[in-house]
Design a protein around this ligand. Structure first.
Ligand code: FE
Length: 188
């Protein structure tokens, strides 16, 4: 993407500032909002959660999300005992249909190595601290398999609509480097 950007910029074909806005939009807004719909549905509908566990690709497609880089999806569920963290140690495999473009740090060598060697340290870097008893499982994405973390539904959200719940689901909570927002931090 960046190599292409510099060629196009050199040729005067694009405005880098406009491209940055576009990339930012896909990294943090459009893409991850799809994943947030999936998570909010799973939190709200036990039958959907079952389908997601059995065949995540098909369950995600029910909501209209699919295609390149999302052909073989697996959903990994956080519980009080287990927290899941997703990395691609080889390159930057990432589930585009539900999360959009990967953030820059996801592709960085330090994240890719530290996630495997010291996942708890990675979480600390992101400001996340979990109980010592919580096990951290690291999932290495490949060209074949892409993972989506299903975070735990925040307490205090009983009776919330799917729309409202989706507002709590951050991109990082679906990679495992973050947690969902607390109910009082919900976007207006
Ligand atoms: Fe990769």
């Amino acid at each position: 993407m960046r190599a292409l950007e510099s060629i196009l910029t050199e040729k005067g074909l694009i405005n880098p500032a406009a491209l940055d806005v576009l990339i930012e939009t896909y990294e943090t807004r459009i893409g991850p909002r799809n994943g947030a719909r999936v998570v909010a549905r799973a939190w709200s509908d036990p039958a959907y959660l079952d389908r997601l566990r059995q065949d995540a690709t098909a369950a995600i497609a029910e909501l209209g999300f699919g295609g390149r880089q999302g052909e073989d999806m697996i959903v990994v569920e956080n519980t009080p005992d287990t927290h899941n963290l997703v990395v691609c140690t080889l390159c930057s495999c990432y589930p585009w249909p539900v999360l959009g473009l990967p953030p820059v740090w996801y592709k960085s060598a330090p994240y890719r190595s530290k996630a495997v060697i010291d996942p708890r340290g990675v979480l600390a870097d992101f400001g996340v601290s979990l109980p010592a008893a919580t096990r951290i499982r690291v999932w290495d994405s490949t060209a074949e398999l892409r993972y989506l973390v299903l975070p735990m539904r925040p307490a205090g959200t009983e009776g919330w609509s799917e729309d409202r719940l989706a507002g709590l689901v951050t991109r990082d909570s679906m990679i495992g480097t973050g947690l969902p927002l607390a109910p009082e931090k919900a976007p207006a």
